[in-house]
Structures are given as structure tokens and as C-alpha cells.
Design a protein around this ligand. Structure first.
Ligand code: NDP
Ligand code: 8X3
Length: 252
């Protein structure tokens, strides 16, 4: 089977939009997430709409054993993974360092950092023998700059930035590309998760300007993944036109 992409966090936001765009372009999809029903529904819809194959895998990226068991045991025909998109991630809370919840820090670091490391480590035994492959890490502008009350989330995304650079060095002999995409504010379920279901606060994040949308990140991911074999976009920062850096917006 050719053109296989594995996307973590495909039940929502960027991951779902990336799955849709790659399916439209006839890629077969390994899709992961924790919400089984959503994942199976999305897989079914994409199979029917685009006549592609899908393999939904339900696991929590924080669960090291589950990550390795699920990925190591994928059927033979799925092992030729060409692109891995490490997208699953979240922010929880936006409090000053002294007031931030330690459990929130642990969930962010376990998901955004350790989860990404586990998934990548589990996929590499399939990519290395091919002597090609592409790992696309979804970082954040919060991984390039630190903003007020961003503490734990910014730390986790700075780690994604560092890991992307480290992977690029260490995987060079295996001809594996590593791209880090660092988006600014994008309207997905991200803020609803960050503010723990508070819809008013979540909505207010995107008021007064046009934010990025999941489809924008899907288009950029597709562009990066389909460049010639000798070309690798190492990293890019993308914001909406109304955002200049991690904390400067022009709102009307
Ligand atoms: P969403 O909340 O819409 O999607 C997050 C996805 O991650 C869901 O599919 C969710 O699936 C999955 N996920 C979260 N935790 C876990 C876990 N422990 N195990 C497995 N899957 C998990 O947010 P976005 O699409 O916006 O976020 C995607 C990535 O983009 C994240 O890494 C985020 O940090 C990053 N990002 C987001 C920005 C934004 O402004 N929206 C900007 C910059 C970066 P499920 O709940 O089913 O497990
Ligand atoms: C998500 C965007 O600006 O909230 O990574 O950090 S931001």
C-alpha cells in the first residue's frame, strides 16, 4: 500500500482537517485519538467519501504501553508509513506559575512531550528500513516564545521545538525529514479544552479578528509533505494576519 500517513489526534481540529485533506488526495490513513466513536465515524466517512483505506487506533498517547502495543501490532500492509504527523496535544489552564495546577502541567508534558516521543519511537522501526519518511511535529508559537500565564504549555511546546531539532540531527543518516509547524491562534476545540468546557471564555479568544482555521494548517502540512524528496521545510511559524507574535493581536 502506498501513501500511508499516521496522524495523532485525528478526532478534532488540525488532525481531523489533515486527515480530510490527505484522504481527498488518496492517501491511506492511520488515525488515532482517545474518543473511539468520533474516530470510527471520521474513518468511516473518509473511506466512503474518498475510497481510501483507514486504520483507526484508539489510545491515549500518554500511555506508553498502549502506544507501543497498538503501533507495533499494526497489520503488515500498514507498515510502510511515509508521513507521521505528531499532532495530538493540548493546553490546560492559563494561570500564573504560582496558581497553575500541577496536574495540568503533568497532563500537558505527558501528552505534548512524552506522547510525541513514544509515538515517534514506535513508528521509527517502520521508517528506518525504508530509508525515507517524514515526521511532522505540530509545535506552537508557544514553543518559540513565552507569553503571560503560558508557563507549562509554553514549556511543553519549547520541548517539541527542541525535539524536532534533535530528531532532524539524529535521523539524518536515515534520510528522514523532520518538519516543525508552529501555529499561532487557531479556532478549534483547543480553547474549549484549555478552559475546561467554558464556552464563553473559549470563544472570546477568537473574537475581534480572523484566526487561523484547521484547514489552513492542513494545507500547510500537505504542502510540506508533498515537496520533492530532496527538499525539507525544517520549521515554520504561521499566524493569522491579525497576529504579530505570541501575544500581540490587532482586534477590531
Ligand atoms: P483540538 O482540541 O481540536 O484537537 C486535539 C486533538 O488531540 C484531538 O483529536 C484529541 O483527541 C487529541 N488528543 C489530546 N490529548 C490526547 C491524548 N492524551 N491522547 C491521544 N490524543 C489526544 O486542538 P487542535 O487541533 O487545535 O490541536 C492540535 C495540536 O495543535 C495540539 O498539539 C495543539 O497544542 C497544537 N496547536 C494548536 C493551536 C491552536 O490555537 N488551536 C495553535 C498551535 C498549536 P481525543 O480527545 O479524541 O483523544
Ligand atoms: C496554541 C496557540 O497562542 O494559545 O498553541 O499558544 S497559543
Amino acid at each position: 500500500m502506498e501513501k500511508i500517513i499516521l496522524i495523532t489526534g485525528a478526532t478534532s481540529g488540525f488532525g481531523k482537517a489533515i486527515a480530510q485533506l490527505f484522504a481527498k488526495n488518496k492517501w491511506n490513513l492511520i488515525l488515532t485519538g482517545r474518543r473511539k466513536e468520533r474516530l470510527e465515524q471520521i474513518s468511516k466517512e473518509l473511506e466512503q467519501k474518498y475510497s481510501v483505506k483507514t486504520l483507526p487506533l484508539v489510545f491515549d498517547v500518554q500511555d506508553r504501553n498502549a502506544v507501543f502495543t497498538c503501533i507495533e501490532n499494526i497489520p503488515e500492509e500498514w507498515k510502510g508509513i511515509a508521513v507521521l504527523v505528531n499532532n495530538a496535544g493540548l493546553a490546560l489552564g492559563r494561570e500564573p506559575f504560582d496558581k497553575a495546577d500541577i496536574d495540568d502541567w503533568e497532563t500537558m508534558l505527558n501528552t505534548n512531550v512524552k506522547g510525541l516521543m513514544y509515538v515517534t519511537k514506535a513508528v521509527l522501526p517502520f521508517m528506518i528500513p525504508q530509508q525515507k519518511g517524514h515526521i511532522i511535529n505540530i509545535g506552537s508559537i508557544a514553543g518559540k516564545e513565552v507569553y503571560v500565564n503560558g508557563n507549562g504549555y509554553c514549556a511543553s511546546k519549547h520541548a517539541v521545538d527542541a525535539l524536532s531539532k534533535a530528531m532532524r540531527i539524529d535521523l539524518l543518516p536515515h534520510k528522514i525529514k523532520v518538519t516543525a509547524i508552529h501555529p499561532g491562534a487557531a479556532e478549534t476545540e483547543f480553547s474549549l479544552v484549555r478552559f475546561k468546557g467554558n464556552e464563553t471564555t473559549a470563544k472570546s479568544v477568537y473574537e475581534g479578528y480572523t484566526p487561523l482555521y484547521a484547514e489552513d494548517i492542513a494545507n500547510i502540512t500537505y504542502y510540506c509533505a508533498t515537496l520533492p524528496a530532496h527538499v525539507c521545510i525544517n520549521e515554520l511559524i504561521v499566524t493569522s494576519t491579525a497576529q504579530a507574535n505570541a501575544s500581540t493581536f490587532f482586534k477590531e
